[in-house]
Design a protein around this ligand. Structure first.
Ligand SMILES: CSC[C@H]1O[C@H](OP(=O)(O)O)[C@H](O)[C@@H]1O
Length: 366
């Protein structure tokens, strides 16, 4: 598969660069104001990175992980510790700050642990803080490259499931904006199938309240020439009932070993409806999104500001669509039980039922 991965890596020139490392700063495409305005923000400190993740200037499980990884490097850039032991203390503080930004996407914690453990390993041989920082920078860049390779492999596995003329239903944005690489997870099969000559189109629900579908998925798919139809979230049932959907492909923020999938709010609705209408429902995620330790009850489902539901984003900024005083409950993820999942597509292959056994097999695959 490797030669094909290299060929596709050369062929796929993403229009968007959501995350760019500049050696002493991170340049992030501000996703809070797309598609109305293309604005980049510079993150030069750990706090800058924490704010960008918390405020969703950058979002999407893999993109959050990659951004946090570079945030750990910036911890040694913004103020150079006096020695490598002080550097470890600085990195522990940075991990603490970044781990508090958003609770559901496991990629954040996976990336922070990987970077900190790498730092511990490097301090045993690094003769200076600069050597430690250079080693950490290499690790963050490696995470980015591994993520892109994983998406290409997921895309190849997923593209095999797509026929010429198929329509894919998605949710939220699990595209190149959500992973930072420009290819995405749920969108990777769509881009690669199209590259391989299959005419694939997409139905993208707007994905209230943050509108990742209407503002981000529509934007990136159309930029990449994919035929896209936007629908209201409440229309997913009817498009399935009318057989307008051949397959559902969604991303994930956290997948448990028993096959429970945490993803954007509304994913459960699509999964249950797809199961009812006999439509294949696939989840796409790199193995860095698989949480091998938690049970369903251990996972915190993020709740965000009530104003995300009370308002809608427009080119002029957010406008209220209801009474400002109304009470709001705003969970931004849900959890889909494994019975509603046809398969989980990772860079190591596709796990089908029994998911609990086959996910472990994929993780143990060398
Ligand atoms: C590549 S999957 C990304 C995943 O993250 C999104 O959530 P958010 O926009 O709140 O970060 C959504 O759940 C996507 O499926």
């Amino acid at each position: 598969m490797e030669p094909l991965v290299s060929e596709i890596k050369q062929k796929f020139q993403p229009r968007l660069k959501p995350i760019e490392w500049r050696g002493d700063r991170l340049v992030l495409l501000d996703q809070r104001i797309l598609p109305f305005e293309t604005r980049y923000i510079e993150a030069k400190t750990v706090e800058d990175v924490a704010h960008a993740i918390r405020d969703m200037a950058v979002r999407g499980a893999p993109a959050i992980g990659i951004t946090a990884a570079f945030g750990m490097v910036l911890a040694l850039v913004e103020k150079t510790p006096s020695n490598t032991q002080e550097a470890l203390k600085t990195l522990a503080r940075a991990r603490e700050i970044l781990s508090k930004t958003r609770p559901t996407a496991v990629n954040l914690f996976w990336a922070l642990d990987r970077m900190y453990n790498k730092a511990v390993e490097l301090t045993s041989s690094a003769s200076s803080v600069r050597e430690l920082r250079d080693g950490l920078e290499k690790e963050a860049l490696k995470i980015f490259e591994e993520e892109l390779d994983a998406e290409i492999k997921m895309g190849l596995y997923g593209a095999e499931l797509l026929e010429d003329g198929d329509t894919v239903l998605t949710i939220c944005n699990a595209g190149g904006l959500a992973t930072g690489t420009g290819l995405g997870t749920a969108t990777a099969p769509i881009y690669i199938a199209s590259m391989l000559g299959k005419r694939v189109s997409v139905i993208a629900p707007e994905t209230r309240p943050w509108q990742q579908g209407a503002r981000l998925t529509v934007y990136e798919l159309m930029q990449n020439g994919i035929r896209t139809t936007l629908i209201a979230d409440t229309a997913v049932g009817l498009v399935m009932y009318r057989r307008l959907v051949d397959i559902v492909m969604v991303g994930a923020d956290r997948i448990l070993l028993d096959g429970h999938v945490f993803n954007k709010i509304g994913t459960l609705n699509e999964a249950v409806l797809a199961h009812e209408f006999g439509i294949p429902f696939y989840v796409l995620a790199p193995t860095s999104t698989i949480d091998t330790r938690s049970r369903v009850e251990d996972v915190k489902i993020e709740e965000r500001s009530p104003d995300e539901v009370r308002t809608v984003r427009t080119a002029q900024g957010s406008v209220y669509v209801t009474l400002k005083e109304v009470a709001v409950y705003n969970p931004v993820f849900d959890v889909t039980p494994p019975k509603y999942v046809t398969g989980i597509i990772t860079e190591r292959g596709v796990a089908t039922h029994p998911l609990s056994i086959n996910l472990r097999k994929l993780l143990n695959k060398t």
